[in-house]
Design a protein around this ligand. Structure first.
Ligand code: F3S
Length: 295
């Protein structure tokens, strides 16, 4: 019989859950108005598909939208995009995660106060593009410590980070720079959801015989979780749905661990748990049949 343990932190984070609720409410209340999200709401194909059935369409840019409601996803966007949407007469529902909003606000503030402002993050990530846009493209985006050029540093330096960066790497950059400049102002904009989720997944992976990490293959945080679990040496499978599970993987295993990315809905997690319960039922029936035969 398999023992199934789900990680304490698995599935939707606060910001994603809030964004989904806002989208569903908008779709429910505006049955005759087209509702769009600017880019897929989250990196989970199953959720995006469900939303499409509820008439929520994905637009990759504003030029694809003529009229209706536009939902800004949890990653946020640059103020310039909000202005363009307003100018087009679209109704905006801003589902930017409040933690991302903070990062945008602090970056803007640092620029306004005359700090040479750095954003520690991935320049191609929509969240970072939004933070950068909030500074009127005056901030400098750095991917890692190596991108910092000592000679170009001003005396007053300000820092914010992409919300999903690891605290260790941020600490590393900050401790490096502190002795290089006269004044340093840092806003710790890291959201600890990612960190807490990663450590609880790692702890669980160390305890079990097999790990399932559920979430979109296009979800960076899910992929990272799978890497962390796999690094413990426990066989780890990154799956999007329960259908992908090959039951032979479970042979000889006693403890199954389950975790999921921040963009994975509860129902996808439940489906995997249910499959494990079915597996247990079948094993039980087989065992009972064998016992009857032996008697
Ligand atoms: Fe917000 Fe943190 Fe999620 S920044 S979108 S709660 S990972």
């Amino acid at each position: 019989i398999l023992e199934v343990i789900t990680s304490e932190e698995a599935g939707f984070c606060f910001g994603v859950e809030r964004a989904i609720d806002m989208v569903l409410e908008a779709a429910g209340q505006n049955k005759d108005t087209p509702v769009y999200t600017l880019g897929p709401l989250i990196h989970n194909p199953q959720v995006v598909e469900k939303l499409e059935k509820k008439n929520v369409k994905v637009a990759s840019s504003l030029s694809e939208i003529e009229s209706g409601i536009i939902i800004i996803r949890s990653h946020g966007v640059a103020p310039e995009i909000m202005e363009k949407a307003r100018a087009k007469g679209l109704k905006i529902i801003d589902a930017t995660c409040p933690f991302v909003k903070n990062a945008q606000k602090y970056a803007r503030q640092l620029v306004d106060e005359g700090y040479q402002t750095f954003i520690y993050g991935d320049k191609d990530h929509p969240e970072v593009k939004g933070i950068y846009g909030s500074t009127d493209k005056q901030a400098i985006i750095i991917k890692d410590k190596e991108d910092l050029d000592r000679d170009d540093l001003s005396n007053k330096v300000g820092f914010v980070a992409q919300t999903t960066k690891s605290p260790e790497s941020f600490r590393d950059i900050i401790s490096y720079i502190i002795t290089e400049v006269k004044e340093l102002k840092v806003y710790n904009t890291i959201c600890n959801t990612t960190d807490v989720r990663q450590s609880s997944a790692k702890k669980l992976a160390e305890e079990v015989d097999i790990m399932f990490v559920i979430g979109g293959r296009n979800s960076a945080n899910t992929t990272r979780l799978a890497e962390i679990c796999s690094a413990t040496g426990t066989p780890t499978y990154h799956i999007e749905t329960a259908n992908e599970i090959d039951r032979t993987w479970l042979k000889g295993k006693n403890k199954v661990g389950i975790t999921a990315g921040a963009s994975t809905p509860d129902w996808l997690i439940r489906e995997v748990i249910q499959l494990m319960n079915e597996e247990n039922k079948e094993t039980k029936v087989e065992k009972e049949e064998n016992e009857i035969v032996e008697e």
